[in-house]
Ligand binder design. Structure first.
Ligand SMILES: [Zn+2]
Length: 226
C-alpha cells in the first residue's frame, strides 16, 4: 500500500476525553424501514476520536481550525519518533535529542499507549502519557519549521497532570515573537499501523470542514515511500 491512515475510524464507542459526550451515530432514514434511501445522523463532540487541535481550543482569540488553508495541512517532512512510555510518563527533551529534526515540519510521538485503547479504555483515558510543556516550548524555539505535533494518546497532556496538560497546549498555541507560528496538535492517532518508520514520506491532516469550530475530527493520510 502506498497510502495508509494514521487515524482511527470514529464509532459510537470510540474513547473520548473524560467529561465529553460519547459519539452518537445512528440511522435516520433507512431502506430496511421502508425509506427511499439510507441516511445517518452524526452527533459528536469536535474533540472525538483522532482530531486536530488548533489554538482556539485554549485561547479565545486563537486561530480556529476552519481558518487554516489547505497548505497548512500538508507535510512534506514528517517524522514518527519511537518514545515508549508507561502510564503518566512524560515525553521529555532527552527523548528527542538524538533525533535529527532539521527541516522537519511535523513530529508524531509513538508512545505505544495504543495497546490500551481497545482492551483497557479506562487506562487509555485516565493514565495516558503526555508531553512535557518545556519540550513543546523547546521544539518551537529550536525548530520553527515544525508546524504540527501528534501523539498516540487521547491527549498531548497527561490526564493525571492537568496543570502540565494545559501548559503543554498553551506552549503550543501561544503567540510569541520568539517562537514562530503556533502549532497544530493531533491527538488519538493510530501510529502502530506503520512498521518501518523510515518509509513515511508525506502526511496530510484532513479535518472535517465545519465553519466556526476550534478543532475538528480528522483523517490523517500518510504517503509511504515505495
Ligand atoms: Zn483535543
Amino acid at each position: 500500500m502506498q497510502y495508509i491512515t494514521l487515524s482511527y475510524m470514529l464509532e459510537g464507542n470510540s474513547p473520548v476525553h473524560i467529561g465529553l459526550k460519547d459519539p452518537n451515530i445512528y440511522p435516520n432514514i433507512q431502506i430496511s424501514k421502508g425509506g427511499g434511501y439510507n441516511s445517518y445522523i452524526i452527533n459528536v463532540e469536535n474533540h472525538s476520536g483522532t482530531h486536530v487541535d488548533a489554538p482556539g481550543h485554549f485561547l479565545d482569540m486563537g486561530k480556529i481550525i476552519s481558518e487554516y488553508n489547505p497548505d497548512d495541512f500538508a507535510f512534506n517532512n514528517p517524522v514518527i519518533l519511537n518514545v515508549p512510555k508507561k502510564q503518566n510518563e512524560f515525553i521529555r527533551l532527552e527523548d528527542v535529542l538524538e533525533s535529527d529534526l532539521k527541516g522537519k515540519d511535523c513530529i508524531f510521538f509513538r508512545t505505544g499507549f495504543t495497546k490500551y485503547r481497545e482492551k483497557d479504555p479506562e487506562t487509555y483515558l485516565k493514565f495516558n502519557p503526555g508531553i512535557d510543556p518545556d519540550l513543546v516550548y523547546w521544539i518551537r524555539k529550536n525548530y520553527p519549521s515544525i508546524r504540527c505535533l501528534g501523539i498516540d494518546c487521547v491527549s498531548m497532556g497527561g490526564y493525571q497532570k492537568p496543570e502540565e496538560a494545559k501548559k503543554a497546549h498553551l506552549n503550543a498555541f501561544m503567540e510569541n515573537e520568539e517562537l514562530g507560528k503556533p502549532l497544530l496538535l493531533v491527538e488519538d492517532m493510530n501510529l502502530e499501523i506503520i512498521e518501518n518508520l523510515d518509509l513515511l514520506e508525506m502526511v496530510f491532516i484532513i479535518p472535517w470542514q465545519i465553519k466556526g469550530i476550534d478543532s475538528a475530527p480528522c483523517t490523517v493520510l500518510a504517503k509511504l515511500k515505495q
